[in-house]
Design a protein around this ligand. Structure first.
Ligand code: SF4
Ligand code: SF4
Length: 496
């Protein structure tokens, strides 16, 4: 087992040896400019990178997954976790990272919470105590949370009948406690398409605490979520997420490396000689320090150690079978490298896979309906010019930008998409709230804000509610989740 400093040194050695991210990641990530600055200084002056600098470096990564190597960010997050295991977490971060607890607490008495948070004397005191930068705007809590609304609508009970289509809606903490209109719009659009919606009692997906290196809290959240959703999948539910970060967590991060587990190998027909992984399984670097970008990785596995086969496998939910393409790898070579030894290895790998394979981004789910001719396209006009910002964790789900096509169905709506690879909003989860990161967060977001001013839309549209907080901080444009736009377009049909 490596210690935290050793792991960070390993990341530095790999990334400076490779150098691919020196120029490609210098605007959208705080980590890479710093790694190369420290490395260049060490080379030029001989001044060694200190343990404190290694710690700070790890803190700069927010696991946005924009960089190409899963192994590298896994090492950074593991190092961050080891730092916290050893040195502990500051009490103010412990408060901030538990978005669910903050949401529940403030949501229980929103008028009082808003009075205190927005108060001229109390607001700055609360920010100081919580380690929040004095210039950061605090969100306003709505009079009714989404879980309270869903409970009143009896959505927190499973449907009594057995509908043809049913989804378990995973709203995420920000929609649950800060922007309930997003959850309500999601329910509205799904119900208009005759899909039964169940809103189970749910917990944080675990991403905010994972980013802070709080392993205990993250695993507690993640395990509860996996067990809850795996049971619902067994019950025939598809899981849908309106939050791209929750979606990325459930579809990608939790399942990372699970296909290498013995349990999956037994399930998929691996044996003493062959490892079997789906073609879409995450791609770790084959050698320490080797760049895991898709092309070299494919080259490595494209040689004589790999073959492919297509098999029929039982669907994890809903019965029937589906065809999936598998890679068959030489176990004598890859068995030593490909292991389920990542962050979530302690949680049942088959349940992690079951949840991952049956979770859909809400836009992806609706677009699937549309492509099968099953989406209600009676959408009313929604005049205006909107700029759509696709968030980083949507990109990492590799599903394209489903809402662009869906919003293209809305009459009179002009959409301009901003290229997500070129711009970052800079909020980075709760990082942008922290006293010491606020300035860097604003700097990172300033290019995107300049781009938005250049487009000068009537409204901004983004599916990430953390991005929405940053837009509210840095611009005066109104912001919507695309599902709210769709819901309004359905309502406009009725008034036509
Ligand atoms: S090893 Fe991967 S993350 Fe590091 S610089 Fe190379 S491509 Fe980027
Ligand atoms: S995950 Fe995001 S923040 Fe972390 S190193 Fe990669 S690009 Fe930078």
């Amino acid at each position: 087992m490596h210690d935290a400093e050793h792991l960070m040194r390993r990341v530095i050695d790999a990334c400076t040896d490779c150098d691919c991210c020196r120029y490609t990641m210098d605007t959208n990530c705080l980590f890479f400019p710093e790694i190369y600055r420290l490395w260049d200084r060490e080379k030029e002056t001989g001044e060694r990178i200190t343990p404190a600098e290694l710690r700070h470096l790890a803190d700069l990564c927010n696991y946005c997954a924009l960089c190409p190597c899963p192994d590298i960010r896994e090492d950074i997050i593991t190092a961050k976790t080891l730092f916290i295991d050893r040195d502990g977490l500051a009490p103010c971060i412990r408060t901030l990272e538990d978005v669910e607890r903050v949401g529940k607490l403030c949501g229980a008495a929103p008028r009082l919470a808003n009075f205190l948070l927005q108060g001229q004397i109390t607001g700055p005191l609360i920010k100081k105590a919580a380690g929040i930068n004095a210039k950061r705007k605090l969100p306003v809590f709505p009079p009714e949370s989404f879980p309270a609304w869903a409970h009143k609508r009896k959505l927190s009970q499973k449907p009594r009948t057995n509908p043809r289509r049913k989804v378990a809606y995973f709203a995420g903490c920000t929609a649950q406690y800060l922007f309930p209109d997003v959850g309500q719009a999601a329910v509205d659009v799904l119900e208009r398409n005759r899909i039964a919606v169940y809103v189970p009692e749910q917990h944080c997906c675990g991403m905010p605490s994972m980013l802070e290196g709080d392993r205990e809290l993250t695993l507690r959240f993640a395990e509860r979520t996996v067990l809850l959703l795996a049971d619902l999948v067994d019950d025939g539910y598809a899981v849908v997420c309106s939050c791209p970060t929750c979606g990325y967590m459930l579809k990608n991060a939790l399942a990372e490396f699970a296909y290498y587990s013995q349990a999956y190998q037994d399930f998929a027909g691996g044996d003493e000689r062959n490892m079997i992984i789906p073609n879409k399984a995450p791609a770790p670097a084959a050698q320490p320090g080797q760049c895991g970008m898709p092309a070299p990785y494919q080259a490595t596995f494209g040689g004589h150690h790999m073959s492919r086969k297509t098999v029929e496998m039982a669907k994890a939910a809903g019965g029937g079978t589906r065809k999936i393409e598998l890679r068959v790898l030489d176990k004598s070579i890859y068995g030593k490298i490909l292991k389920d030894d990542g962050y979530f290895a302690g949680i049942d790998p088959l349940k992690r896979i079951k949840v991952a394979e049956n979770t859909h981004d809400l836009g992806e789910y609706l677009l699937g309906l549309h492509h099968r001719g099953e989406l209600d396209t009676r959408l009313g006009p929604h005049p205006g010019r909107k700029a759509y910002y696709p968030p980083c964790h949507l990109r990492e789900q590799e599903i394209g930008q489903p809402y662009l096509e869906l919003l293209g169905l809305v009459p009179d709506l002009a959409m301009e998409a901003i290229q997500s690879t070129a711009y970052c909003c800079g909020i980075a989860g709760i990082m942008g709230f922290k006293r010491d990161f606020h300035k860097a967060s604003i700097q990172m977001g300033s290019r995107l804000m300049a781009k938005i001013r250049q487009i000068d839309p009537d409204q901004l549209v983004t599916d990430c509610l953390s991005c929405r907080l940053q837009f509210n901080q840095m611009s005066a444009y109104p912001v919507q989740h695309p599902i709210e736009t769709l819901s309004q377009a359905y309502q406009n049909t009725e008034v036509k």
